[in-house]
Structures are given as C-alpha cells and as structure tokens.
Design a protein around this ligand. Structure first.
Ligand code: DMJ
Length: 534
C-alpha cells in the first residue's frame, strides 16, 4: 500500500503539465512558500543553532559535523553559529524580503561570535559561513536594493574578517595547501590530519579573494591563490587531478577522480574542462578515472555531479549541457529524486548511499540552462523538481532529507544549503528580476556576489576573471572539446540546446533538422526514435 501511494505521488509529481509563461508568477510563489516553510520552522525550532531537525522539531549544531564522518573531537561547548540564518540571507534578498533580511543582519551583528572552541572544516566554513556573510554584506551595502531601512555599517564584513583571520593558520603548511580542519578558537590541533580533498583546498579563492578586496588585507587572497597554484601544479600529464592529497608532502593519496564528490566545487572555481571531457565523459555520462592514465575506475553517478551541466552552460557548451542534463533528469525521474550514488555499470542504487539530502545541483543546472536557452521545457523541469521535493520531503516542521530513495524513509535533518541553493535556484528559474542590470558570480554554495566596478578595481587578482562569472551572454558556438567552430544552423541562429519550438506540446524532435550540431564534436545530431536529439 505504502509503495502504491508513493507510486501515485510520484506519477502526480512527474506528470505535471508544462508551465506557460503566465504560470511563472504562481510557481515563484510556490517556491517562496517552500523557502518560508523551511526558514520559518528553522527560526521557530532551531535558531540560533545551526540547522533544523524537522521531524523532532529541534536543532543540530552541525557546523562541526560537516565532513566529519567519524564525528571526532566534537566540542562540549559549541552551541551553533546560526548557520541556516547566515545561509538564508542572500535568498531572502533575492525573494525581496527586506524586513527579514534586515532583522537577520542586525541579529548577527549583535550576537554572532566566532570566538568559539569548535573544530570546523575549512572548506565548509568558507563556502557556507564566510560566503554567506560576504554575499549578505554586498547586498546590504547596495542602497539600490533597499534591504536595510536604518543603514548598514559593515557589521557582516567585520564578522567575515574575524572568521577569515581565524581560518588563516590552516594555510601554514610546507606546501601552502591548507589543513582541512581548524579550531576557530585555538587553531590547528597538533595531531590534525594532513589529508585533504581537492574541493577542500581548491575552492577557497572566491570567498577569500572577495574578503581581501573588501578589507584591503591581501593575505586571504594570496594564501588561497598560493594553495590553488600548488594544487594545479600537481595535475598529471593528462591535466587531471586526484581526489585526496597530503598537505605536507604535496602527494596524492587518491588518484581516482571524476567530477563528483571530493572535487566538484574545484571545477566551479577553476577551469579544467577539456581534460574532463576527454577522460571522464562516456556519452553524456561521466565516470571516474585514474588521473595518471585516464583509465576508468568507477562507473558511478553521484548526485553532486548534477552541477556539471550548469558549469557547461557557463563555458558555453550548451548542447553538451542539455544532453547531460536530460540523462541526469531521467535518473531523477526513475526515483522521483536523486540517490546519492548510482552504479552505472550495475544499473542500481549504491547499497549504502541511497539518500537525498535536498541537494540543489539539478535545480542549479536547470536554472542555467533556462537562462541560456529560454526554452520553457526547463521551467517544466523546475516544476517537477519542486513538486518532487514537496511530495517526498515536506513535513509539518520543514523539509526532511530522504534517507533512502527506495523507501522514501525520511531523515531528521534540513541542510542549510536547501535554503541557500535549492530554493534560490528554483526561485530564480521562475523570477530572475533580481539579477537585472548587473552581472553576478554564484559561489559554489549559491551565494550571490555582484560583480561591480569598485570590487574589480581593487588591486590584484588575475584569477577572478576565470571564476564562475554569470552574465546573460549568448552561448558561444565553439566546441569546447575540439576548439573547432561549429557550423551555424540555417537562418543564422547559433546552435545551442535541443531547442524544439514551444508550440510542440511534448517538446520532442521530429526530424534531424530540429537538432542541429553537437557542440562537443561539431557533428550533425540526429533525432532519436523517442524524439530526443542525440
Ligand atoms: C553544497 O554545500 C555546495 O553546493 C557544495 O559545493 C557541494 N555540496 C553542497 C550541496 O549539495
């Protein structure tokens, strides 16, 4: 019976009709409602602790647990840093909720302190807390946004600077690559592990760079860049990186790598696109491979990989982005949500990693693809994602992670990235007016960093131009794999996604003339039996 009900819910969630233009306003309100269900329950039951436990209506001080699989050296005194509030500020701004934004900023300014005896993961602290504070500072400072009715005195920047200074001792290593862990009060523990991941040490430069430019203290950016350069110098002859390394020796401890867990956000902050396409891609899917030989190691999809089509959009490889997004969406539709790990060779969910913790990556890629193509099909995808999350995860006390996609049993945890990313990308899919008139960089945690003149004119940085700059540019028509310029379609249009005319109800191709060329090979694409361009 339970399975039947789940099945019916799934059918309902996935067979929603394609939204027309005028429906976007209603969909936007649905996302706002989702966000507020998550946020209001956090504020009611968990604030100022880190995250909400939506089933038991309580809280968890999870900052110290992030990435700490063995739950080692947990603090006896730490009682949270209002992590979910910090992560929510940029989403509140996007949803134009200025009163709650201002309330949050003022509370943090009065009460938040990082002088706490807690061991944290440098990467998680950087992308969630530091990134959240800096992004909110940018937004609060911008008087055009009218978010602070009683003025703003850089309080969030001061908090960010204090946090940044507490992270700096982690960079004091023989290679300049930072420790993965640091105690915010006492610094690096003498017996701290010297192992870190590529994401962990290679995804710090946006937040640290912005902090340097805002404070005038070049240390943050210098150290993050030095670590990044060292990491990049460790690439193999194939231009690939491994997943784990030792910060003292600068040697890889895990040579197998891909585009998912342990390395994903590195690719968002540094471009190694061509090597990935050459060595990890199989059709529209991605496997793991040994960085030294390019030989395939694991044939698996991990749910973090779903950011990749979004990155492909930013690079301009729209057709490849569309193809991979469609494959990933098929997997989402098989379960109604993503399993954390799916074994591509065995065609089944990984025996232990069967969970879906409300991750944002598919919504994120859908947003970027819609921005690039304006194909309303992606609005329909966003609606499906939203419906699925509402059907499977919404409980009276917030949104609960799914523990097992086979049974849809829930987990008592609402992750902060659900508010900073999942809800934000869905909202922006249906209403992007907040982005008008200005370019933005989205951090790996979905925080917005407006790109303005004054920020760019600060001394230094060469590398920021390579970051995930989001602007509403037209897709380029060059193959990222071969660097060949693809032939243009008739009528002079630029080939991008499988952009089937909106008038066709099912959005499927009928003949190959609907499909154009493949941006990765420049070869003419064909229309499959099922009506997809490939
Ligand atoms: C977020 O914290 C960030 O997107 C990070 O880069 C990867 N994982 C989670 C969301 O899944």
């Amino acid at each position: 019976m339970m399975l039947l009900l789940l099945g019916l819910a799934l059918v309902e969630a996935l067979s929603a009709p394609i939204p027309r233009f005028e429906e976007r306003a209603a969909l936007k309100e649905d996302v706002r409602n989702m966000f507020h269900h998550a946020y209001d329950n956090y504020m009611k039951y968990a604030f100022p602790h880190d995250e909400l436990k939506p089933l038991s209506l309580s809280y968890t001080d999870s900052l110290e647990e992030l990435g700490n699989l063995k739950l080692e050296r947990l603090s006896e005194t730490y009682s949270g840093s209002a992590l979910t509030l910090v992560e929510s500020l940029s989403s509140l701004a996007v949803m134009k909720n200025s009163s709650e934004f201002e309330k949050g900023v003022l509370w943090l300014a009065e009460n938040l302190s990082f002088d706490v005896d807690v061991r944290v993961n440098v990467f998680e602290c950087n992308i969630r807390l530091l990134g959240g504070l800096i992004s909110a500072h940018f937004l609060a400072k911008d008087s055009r946004k009218q978010l602070m009715s009683n003025g703003y005195n850089d309080q969030l920047l001061m908090l960010a600077e204090d946090l940044g200074l507490r992270l700096l001792p982690a960079f004091d290593t023989p290679t300049g690559i930072p420790y993965a862990w640091i105690n915010l009060k006492t610094g690096v523990h003498p017996n701290e592990t010297t192992e870190t991941s590529t994401s962990g040490c290679g995804s710090l430069v946006l937040e640290m760079g912005a902090l340097s430019r805002l404070t005038g203290n070049p240390q943050f950016e210098n150290l993050a860049l030095r670590a990044l350069r060292k990491l990049w110098s460790m690439r193999s002859e194939l231009n690939l990186l491994g997943t784990n390394l030792d910060i003292n020796t600068g040697r890889w401890t895990e040579y197998s790598s891909g585009i998912g867990a342990g390395i994903d956000s590195f690719y968002e902050y540094l471009d190694a696109y061509r090597a990935v396409q050459q060595h990890y891609r199989y059709g529209s899917w991605y496997h793991d491979a040994d960085m030294r030989t390019g030989k395939a190691t694991y044939w698996q999809f991990t749910s973090l990989q779903a950011f990749w089509p979004g990155l492909q959009v930013l690079i301009g490889d729209i057709a490849a982005a569309n193809a991979t997004h469609r494959e990933f969406l098929r997997l989402w539709e098989m379960f109604g949500i993503f399993p954390e790990r799916y074994l591509l060779d065995a065609g089944k969910v990984h025996p232990t990693e069967r969970y879906y913790p409300l991750r944002p990556e598919l919504a994120e890629s859908t947003f970027f693809l819609y921005q690039a193509t304006k194909d309303p099909w992606y609005l329909d995808v966003g609606k499906k994602i939203m419906n699925s999350i509402n059907v499977f995860s919404r409980v009276p006390g917030g949104f609960a992670s799914v523990r097992d996609v086979m049974t849809m049993k829930l987990e008592d945890h609402q992750h902060s990235f659900f508010l900073s990313e999942t809800c934000k990308y869905l909202y922006l899919l249906f209403d992007d007016s907040f982005l008008d008139g200005e370019n933005h960089v989205f951090s790996t945690e979905g925080h917005l960093f407006p790109v303005n003149q004054s920020w760019q004119q600060q001394p230094r940085p060469k590398i920021l131009s390579r970051l995930r700059l989001f602007s509403r540019q037209k897709p380029i028509d060059t193959s990222a794999l071969t660097s060949k310029t693809c032939p243009r379609l008739s009528r002079g249009s630029v080939e991008s996604a499988c952009h089937i005319p909106d008038t066709r109800a099912d959005h499927r191709c009928v003949s190959r003339s609907d499909c154009g060329v493949d941006a990765t090979t420049c070869a003419k694409r064909s229309c499959s039996f099922a009506g997809y361009c490939s």
